[in-house]
Design a protein around this ligand. Sequence first.
Ligand SMILES: Cc1ncc(COP(=O)(O)O)c(C=O)c1O
Length: 357
Amino acid sequence: MASAAIRADLLSDTVTRPGVAMREAMATAVVGDDVFGEDPTVRELEERVAGLLGHEAGLFTPTGSMANQLGVRLHVKPGEELVGDSLAHVLRAELGAAAILSGISSRTWVSQRGRFRAADAAELMITGVGPYQVCTALVIVENTHNFGGGTIQSLDEIQRARELTRERGVAMHLDGARLWNAHVATGVPLDAYGREFDTVSVCLSKGLGAPVGSVLVGSSDAMAEARVWRKRFGGGMRQVGILAAAGLWALDHHVDRLALDHARARRAAEAMGAAAPGAVDLSTVETNIVIVDVAAAGWPAPDFVAAALARGVRTYAVGPGAVRLVWHLEVDDAATDHAIDVLTALLSERRSDSDPA
Ligand SMILES: Cc1ncc(COP(=O)(O)O)c(C=O)c1O
C-alpha cells in the first residue's frame, strides 16, 4: 500500500509520526537505567501522569496493552474473573492476554456502543461464593470507548459503579487509552475520572502523538508490585527516557489540540450524514471517532474501504457494514476536506444506484 498516495489517513490515531520538535525533545532527554529506577525523564513522566490522574504513583510501559494487563494482574488472582463490556479492548483486542498471563476468566455484558452502565456490571458480578463459583475481582471500564466509536463514559455511572464495587470488594480498572479525549470533550478534570479507579492506564501513542508508551497509575504499593510484574512480562526497559521525553512533550503540546480532532470529526460526520441520511448517527459522534454505517448506503464495508483507499482516504472496517474513521494530528483541515469529498461521493454513489427509479 503506497502511503504517498494517502491524503487523509483515518485508519487510527496510532499512525501519527513524531514531528521535529518532539524528536528534539527525545534526542536531548537526560536518561539512565530505568530497571534500576535511574532514568530521571521516566520518573518525571510517571510522577506527572500520576498527579494528573489523582494517584500516588505511575509506571511507564511500552504499550497500552501491557499497562492494562498489569492492571488485571494486580487485581485478579488466578482462577478469579474480570467483567467488562463485550467490545472492550482488554477483552476483544489483547488476544486473550488476561487468560494467558494472569490465568483468569472473563465475562461480558452487551452494551450500546460501549456505553458503561453501573447496573450492567452489578448484574454480572458474583462475589462471596466461596469454592462454588468463580468470584468477580475486577470491573473494566474503557473511556473513551474505541470500538464503541469514541464514546464518552458518564462520570455518574462510574461513581455509581464505584459505590457498588466498594461494597462488594471488587476493584475497578480504567482503560483510559483515550481518556485525554474524554477530558477535552467534557471539561471533566482527569483526576475526577482517575480517582474513581484503583488503577488507570493512559496511552501517549494515540491522540497525543508519541511514537510509543503508556502509563499505569495507582497506589505506591500497587505500582511497586506492577514494576515486578512488568519485568516478568518482559517490559523492563533501560535508557527509555528518550521515549518518556516524547510523552512529556506530548502532554505539553498535544492535549488541548484534541478539540480540533473532535471538531473535524464532527464536520465530516455532518457532511456524510447529509450526503447519505442514515449512514451516520450524529448523536454518537462525541470525540475523534466516527462510525459510518456504509451498509445503509448500499456498501459492504471491505468494498467501501478499498474504494476510499483508491482515492487517497484510508479507513478501517469494524464490521461487515460499518467503517471507522479516526481523526488525529496528521489530519488537518485540508485532509478533512479531501476525506469529506471522497467519502460523501462514495456514499451518494451506491445510494443513487440502489434508489428505486
Ligand atoms: C481502548 C484501547 N485500549 C488499549 C489499547 C492498546 O494500546 P497498545 O496498542 O499500545 O497496546 C488500544 C489500542 O488501540 C485501545 O484502543
